[in-house]
Design a protein. Structure first.
Length: 421
């Protein structure tokens, strides 16, 4: 049996940077699963030889390629079953070409993982109650929209897609909409600098309620292997008009908030009928005030921090899911909270509040603080103006009462952690 992966050359270092991969690869190797990672040669990207040597120590074979037919020819010579995957969203289209080349089943419309608006269009045709309604306008047409043409308030408006929370606003009335149009030029300017400008305005319904994520693997027969639900707190939950993810929390209480049977039925409506096969899914959804489940987005981004966190929470190893589809249902090992650090507003970045950091490190639930050891920039932005995460703090505790107390301390002091001039 073979696990085949694809990474961009610049991201190969991730295989050696995180203990998660070392543990997973060791487990796979013991079960006689060969691990091969391909990366495309890039003339302008150089990789330290030490990285290559460290990857080899992890029982991983790495191979460079220039053309897709080279990979297909190589894979056709391999014996045993081949599972192909990538944790990089931008590689999904390429990976599906390889799967087709060796006659593997793939999702009928793989572009759904790269465009949530295609997702919403398709889901909305069959199960409109499970997704978000939206409309697209050119900037010119958006300026001409009358009050009667707008959806029921509140609604969400943003200058384009694929830009995280940049330029996103919640509109509560027509006056706010007109004000937003006057200030949109600044957002378009930033998009032009990033080469993301397409002069589109997106308007979508605002879904109230709590945000959650779930990760799962769907095999060729469309069996689903679920992880556990994660609660996601947003700036908007703290009454700040921004939509970035502030914290991700999992605990027994979070498990109980998400009805398992409703969740499975919801996933079937949003995924199975779509004929998705042989891939991982990261599913973002909300449970609104009417206890309805609404898909916000699905994608294939199973990044390292998700892999790492699931192992800390439940000893769930997503990387081995394709090979051990009947793995036992895991019990919670720890209550976990990850807090990503963002600025509330644009400012000159001074540094962290060292006195507060010392108090956080002394918390009984403190587990990890990841930050740069030196000043990387002068100006940082809230995601509303441009994507500007600084880094994150992780809490971990088996005692739910102490865990909740420490989470509350971080929530109360969050805005004071990053020091501004």
């Amino acid at each position: 049996m073979n696990l085949i992966g694809f990474y961009s050359k610049k991201n190969l270092y991730k295989l050696t940077k995180f203990d998660y991969y070392k543990k997973s690869f060791s487990k796979l190797k013991k079960d006689n699963i060969n691990i091969i990672y391909f990366y495309q040669e890039e003339k302008d990207t150089k990789i330290d030889q030490e990285i290559f040597e460290n990857i080899k120590k992890m029982w991983v074979t790495i191979k460079s390629f220039n053309k897709e037919w080279e990979i297909i020819k190589y894979l056709k010579k391999l014996s045993w079953k081949i599972f192909i995957n990538t944790f990089e969203e931008q590689e999904i289209k390429f990976v599906n070409k390889i799967r087709k080349g060796i006659d593997q089943k793939i999702t009928n419309e793989p572009e759904i993982f790269l465009n949530k608006y295609i997702q919403r269009e398709i889901i909305g045709k069959t199960y409109p109650e499970t997704t978000v309604r939206f409309k697209k306008f050119s900037l010119k047409n958006a300026k001409e929209i009358k009050k009667s043409d707008l959806p029921k308030t509140p609604f969400i408006i943003k200058p384009t897609g694929w830009i995280q929370s940049s330029g996103v606003c919640r509109i509560n009335n027509y006056k706010e909409y007109k004000t937003w149009l006057k200030t949109i030029e600044d957002a378009f300017k930033k998009l032009a600098e990033k080469k993301l400008l397409n002069q589109e305005v997106l308007i979508e319904e605002f879904i109230d309620g709590k945000m959650y994520t779930i990760d799962y693997y769907i095999d060729e027969e469309q069996n689903i292997k679920l992880s556990k639900p994660v609660f996601v707190a947003l700036w908007i939950d703290y009454n700040i008009e921004d939509f970035c993810n502030i914290s991700r929390i999992i605990s027994k209480e979070i498990e109980q908030e998400v009805d398992k049977n409703k969740l499975k039925e919801f996933i079937k409506k949003t995924v199975i009928w779509w004929d998705i096969k042989n891939t991982f899914i990261h599913h973002e959804f909300k449970i609104n005030s009417k206890w309805e489940y609404k898909t916000i987005e699905i994608n294939g981004r199973i990044w390292w921090y998700r892999l790492d966190m699931y192992q800390l929470w439940y000893d769930i190893d997503l990387l081995t899911m394709p090979f051990f589809i009947r793995e036992k249902n895991k019990k919670l090992k720890n209550n976990i909270a990850t807090f990503a650090l963002y600025p509330k507003e644009e400012a000159t970045f001074d540094w962290f509040n060292e006195q507060l950091i010392k108090k956080i490190i002394k918390l009984e639930s403190f587990f990890r603080l990841n930050r740069w050891d030196k000043k990387e920039w002068d100006i940082i932005w809230p995601t509303k103006k441009w994507y500007g995460k600084v880094w994150w703090i992780i809490l971990k505790n088996k005692n739910i009462n102490q865990f909740k107390k420490d989470v509350q301390f971080l929530e109360t002091n969050y805005l004071n952690i990053i020091r501004m001039k």
